[in-house]
Write a protein that binds this ligand. Structure first.
Ligand SMILES: Nc1nc2c(ncn2[C@@H]2O[C@H](COP(=O)(O)OP(=O)(O)OP(=O)(O)O)[C@@H](O)[C@H]2O)c(=O)[nH]1
Ligand SMILES: [Mg+2]
Length: 329
């Protein structure tokens, strides 16, 4: 029996689980979905915590194994396991990107960097989902970003909920590596499954979480001022300050002017840190105090977010919460 593996990667909610589900008989899949209790929950009810797996048995001697990564970076230990172990010998990567996220080009760059080693060795096809909800950015912008990343991949709009939309990507990736030639029958079957699913879904209306789709702001990241209010809602946060590239405070809920100045100062010296330490791009700096509050400073594009917390709050938890906020903009 010859197994051909494909790995689905991409950000939260891009449709990796949906795509794998759409290609297979659902009851035979392995999914590790958990209720999304964090910000992801605004966009969809569940998120993958470990991996997706499904097998397409095509003939007595050929099958396709589909592996999906979790999108959330807190589960990145699984990225490593999938990329270097379970799917290290995959025939190709299907890279899904959600067109309605705030910074899809940033998503592309982020996951391209995280899976750089595998991407360098394998063919990649990029599928952009949810373009029915927002048409911008267009395919040319993805193509241009891929070029700057040095990735030679085709990009197309797909609907990850529909097997008939996902299957052509699989076919393109694998057809010339396989002796299987029943692709048109597979496509017909997938189309019928899609239609049946639409009928089932109109029978039972699932409670979809709702969120507004903003208009596309372009590739440049701008953290919204409201992030300061959002951070203030986290447990143990005493204050937060957002500064610009010059270290000037844009907005702050921290009263102490020394602390505000300090956040601005860190944003100014971080490039020096980066060069002197040879650590590459620094994402955050945390100062832990044994008696007083802790201060964590996060860098995103040209802006810097400083957060003052009670020293009872774990810096790791705070980082995760802020990472989520910054990713969703
Ligand atoms: N409107 C629309 N919805 C889509 C499209 N593609 C996928 N979806 C929906 O988007 C959501 C994608 O969710 P998942 O498949 O769980 O995404 P995922 O990439 O596995 O996410 P994580 O496991 O959290 O990383 C589902 O609610 C799909 O129904 C599309 O093209 N258009
Ligand atoms: Mg998933």
């Amino acid at each position: 029996m010859q197994h051909h593996k494909l790995l689905f990667i991409g950000p939260v909610g891009a449709g990796k689980t949906s795509a794998i589900r759409s290609l297979s008989e659902h009851d035979q899949n392995i999914e590790t979905e958990a209720t999304a209790s964090d910000l992801t929950g605004l966009r969809k009810a569940t998120t993958t915590v470990a991996m997706d797996y499904a097998c397409m048995n095509l003939s007595a001697d050929e099958s396709i194994l589909l592996y999906g990564t979790p999108g959330q970076s807190r589960f990145r230990f699984m990225w490593d396991l999938l990329a270097n172990n379970l799917a290290a010998d995959c025939a190709g990567i299907i890279f899904l990107v959600d067109n309605t996220r705030n910074y899809p080009m940033q998503d592309l760059k982020y996951y391209a960097a995280e899976f750089a080693e595998l991407i360098a060795r394998k063919p990649v096809i990029v599928g952009v989902t949810r373009s029915d909800l927002r048409a911008e950015p267009g395919l040319e912008e993805y193509q241009a970003t891929l070029e700057t990343l040095g990735i030679d991949a085709t990009v197309e709009f797909i609907d990850a909920r529909k097997g008939s939309s996902v299957l052509p990507l699989v076919q393109r990736m694998l057809a010339d590596k396989m002796s299987f030639d029943g692709w048109s029958q597979l496509l017909e079957d997938a189309t019928i499954r899609d239609e049946n699913r639409v009928l089932e879904e109109t029978d039972v209306q699932p409670e979809e979480p709702h969120y507004e789709v903003d208009t596309y702001q372009g590739a440049e990241i701008v953290v919204k001022d409201s992030i300061v209010d959002d951070v203030m809602n986290f447990q143990g946060v005493r204050g937060a300050a957002l500064t610009d590239s010059m270290g000037e405070v844009i907005t702050s809920s921290i009263e102490s002017s020394e602390m505000n100045d300090f956040v601005g100062f860190v944003s100014g010296v971080i490039t020096v840190f980066e060069e002197a330490s040879d650590l590459g791009q620094v994402r955050s700096v945390s100062l832990k105090s044994s008696t007083e509050d802790n201060v964590s400073v996060f860098f995103k594009g040209d802006q810097t977010l400083g957060v003052q917390t009670s020293n009872r709050v774990s810096i790791r938890t705070l980082k995760q919460q802020v990472d989520d906020l910054l990713q969703w903009g």
